[in-house]
Design a protein around this ligand. Structure first.
Ligand SMILES: [Zn+2]
Length: 156
Protein backbone atom coordinates (compact mmCIF):
# COMPACT_ATOMS: atom_id res chain seq x y z
CA UNK A 1 0.00 0.00 0.00
CA UNK A 2 1.45 3.37 -0.96
CA UNK A 3 0.18 6.87 -1.26
CA UNK A 4 -1.16 7.56 -4.71
CA UNK A 5 1.59 8.82 -6.99
CA UNK A 6 1.00 12.57 -6.99
CA UNK A 7 1.32 14.75 -10.02
CA UNK A 8 4.85 16.07 -10.08
CA UNK A 9 3.43 19.58 -10.49
CA UNK A 10 4.07 20.50 -6.84
CA UNK A 11 7.70 19.42 -7.21
CA UNK A 12 8.12 21.27 -10.49
CA UNK A 13 6.75 24.50 -9.03
CA UNK A 14 9.26 24.34 -6.21
CA UNK A 15 12.13 23.82 -8.62
CA UNK A 16 11.03 26.85 -10.59
CA UNK A 17 10.67 28.94 -7.42
CA UNK A 18 14.09 28.04 -5.96
CA UNK A 19 16.46 27.54 -8.88
CA UNK A 20 19.59 28.22 -6.79
CA UNK A 21 18.77 25.21 -4.63
CA UNK A 22 16.88 22.85 -6.86
CA UNK A 23 17.88 23.39 -10.47
CA UNK A 24 20.37 20.55 -10.64
CA UNK A 25 18.26 17.93 -8.92
CA UNK A 26 16.46 15.51 -11.18
CA UNK A 27 12.78 14.58 -10.82
CA UNK A 28 13.78 11.16 -9.54
CA UNK A 29 15.78 12.75 -6.74
CA UNK A 30 12.87 14.72 -5.39
CA UNK A 31 9.59 13.21 -4.36
CA UNK A 32 7.39 13.96 -1.43
CA UNK A 33 3.67 13.59 -0.83
CA UNK A 34 1.54 16.56 -1.89
CA UNK A 35 0.37 17.31 1.66
CA UNK A 36 3.92 18.33 2.58
CA UNK A 37 4.30 20.93 -0.14
CA UNK A 38 4.02 23.84 2.29
CA UNK A 39 6.58 22.31 4.69
CA UNK A 40 9.09 21.73 1.89
CA UNK A 41 8.40 25.16 0.45
CA UNK A 42 9.03 26.82 3.84
CA UNK A 43 12.27 24.86 4.12
CA UNK A 44 13.44 25.88 0.64
CA UNK A 45 12.52 29.50 1.35
CA UNK A 46 14.51 29.49 4.61
CA UNK A 47 17.54 27.79 2.99
CA UNK A 48 17.42 30.20 0.08
CA UNK A 49 17.41 33.15 2.49
CA UNK A 50 20.24 31.67 4.56
CA UNK A 51 22.76 30.97 1.81
CA UNK A 52 24.82 33.55 -0.04
CA UNK A 53 25.21 33.05 -3.80
CA UNK A 54 28.68 31.56 -3.24
CA UNK A 55 27.33 29.15 -0.63
CA UNK A 56 24.32 28.24 -2.76
CA UNK A 57 26.68 27.37 -5.62
CA UNK A 58 28.31 24.74 -3.38
CA UNK A 59 24.99 23.46 -2.06
CA UNK A 60 23.32 20.56 -3.80
CA UNK A 61 20.10 18.88 -2.82
CA UNK A 62 20.82 15.18 -3.28
CA UNK A 63 17.49 13.64 -2.44
CA UNK A 64 14.12 14.59 -1.01
CA UNK A 65 11.83 11.76 -0.06
CA UNK A 66 9.54 10.23 2.52
CA UNK A 67 10.85 7.54 4.82
CA UNK A 68 9.12 5.92 7.82
CA UNK A 69 6.40 8.54 7.56
CA UNK A 70 8.57 11.65 7.67
CA UNK A 71 10.48 13.84 5.28
CA UNK A 72 14.11 13.22 4.42
CA UNK A 73 16.06 16.06 2.87
CA UNK A 74 19.60 15.10 1.92
CA UNK A 75 22.17 17.54 0.61
CA UNK A 76 25.85 17.89 -0.11
CA UNK A 77 28.21 20.84 0.14
CA UNK A 78 31.09 21.01 -2.31
CA UNK A 79 30.43 17.36 -3.11
CA UNK A 80 30.55 16.15 0.52
CA UNK A 81 27.39 14.61 1.92
CA UNK A 82 26.50 13.40 5.40
CA UNK A 83 25.79 9.69 5.66
CA UNK A 84 22.29 8.84 6.84
CA UNK A 85 21.40 5.59 8.53
CA UNK A 86 17.89 4.54 9.43
CA UNK A 87 17.72 1.89 12.10
CA UNK A 88 14.40 0.18 12.46
CA UNK A 89 13.97 -2.20 15.33
CA UNK A 90 10.78 -3.57 16.89
CA UNK A 91 8.66 -0.63 15.88
CA UNK A 92 11.08 2.04 17.04
CA UNK A 93 13.31 3.80 14.64
CA UNK A 94 16.27 6.07 14.80
CA UNK A 95 17.74 8.31 12.19
CA UNK A 96 21.48 8.65 12.60
CA UNK A 97 23.61 11.15 10.77
CA UNK A 98 27.33 10.75 10.28
CA UNK A 99 28.49 14.23 9.39
CA UNK A 100 30.79 14.95 6.48
CA UNK A 101 33.64 17.45 6.44
CA UNK A 102 32.33 20.79 5.27
CA UNK A 103 34.04 24.01 4.19
CA UNK A 104 35.06 26.27 7.09
CA UNK A 105 32.44 28.86 7.87
CA UNK A 106 29.68 27.11 5.99
CA UNK A 107 26.39 27.43 7.92
CA UNK A 108 25.89 23.68 8.35
CA UNK A 109 24.41 23.93 11.85
CA UNK A 110 21.78 26.43 10.70
CA UNK A 111 20.93 24.27 7.67
CA UNK A 112 20.55 21.16 9.81
CA UNK A 113 18.29 22.99 12.27
CA UNK A 114 16.00 24.04 9.40
CA UNK A 115 15.91 20.52 7.96
CA UNK A 116 15.26 18.93 11.37
CA UNK A 117 12.40 21.37 11.94
CA UNK A 118 10.85 20.45 8.58
CA UNK A 119 11.23 16.72 9.32
CA UNK A 120 9.51 17.17 12.67
CA UNK A 121 6.74 19.13 11.05
CA UNK A 122 6.00 16.39 8.52
CA UNK A 123 5.44 13.98 11.42
CA UNK A 124 2.32 15.98 12.31
CA UNK A 125 1.24 17.01 8.81
CA UNK A 126 -1.11 14.83 6.76
CA UNK A 127 0.87 13.61 3.75
CA UNK A 128 -2.24 13.63 1.57
CA UNK A 129 -3.85 16.99 2.32
CA UNK A 130 -1.58 19.00 4.63
CA UNK A 131 -4.02 19.16 7.57
CA UNK A 132 -2.77 18.35 11.10
CA UNK A 133 -2.14 14.62 11.17
CA UNK A 134 -0.92 11.72 13.24
CA UNK A 135 1.85 9.25 12.49
CA UNK A 136 0.29 5.82 11.92
CA UNK A 137 2.80 3.08 12.57
CA UNK A 138 0.72 0.03 11.75
CA UNK A 139 1.79 -1.38 8.39
CA UNK A 140 3.10 1.27 6.04
CA UNK A 141 4.25 4.24 8.19
CA UNK A 142 2.38 7.33 7.19
CA UNK A 143 1.02 10.56 8.59
CA UNK A 144 -2.64 11.20 7.96
CA UNK A 145 -5.47 13.32 9.30
CA UNK A 146 -8.66 11.60 10.49
CA UNK A 147 -10.43 12.32 7.22
CA UNK A 148 -7.69 10.99 4.91
CA UNK A 149 -7.18 8.01 7.17
CA UNK A 150 -10.77 7.02 6.38
CA UNK A 151 -10.78 7.89 2.71
CA UNK A 152 -7.28 7.69 1.21
CA UNK A 153 -5.99 4.85 3.36
CA UNK A 154 -8.94 2.64 4.20
CA UNK A 155 -10.10 2.54 0.61
CA UNK A 156 -7.17 0.36 -0.45
ZN1 LIG B 1 -5.57 14.63 5.24
Amino acid sequence: MTIEEPPSEHVKQLRDAYPRLLQTIGPVGMWFPPGWTRVVEDLCKALDALLTDAQAAQFQVEQVKEKYGSLRFYYSVAGQADAHVDIHDRGAHQHLVIPAEHPAGYPIAAIDVLIAKAEQETLITCASCGAPGTLREAGWHHVSCEQCEKTVWKRK
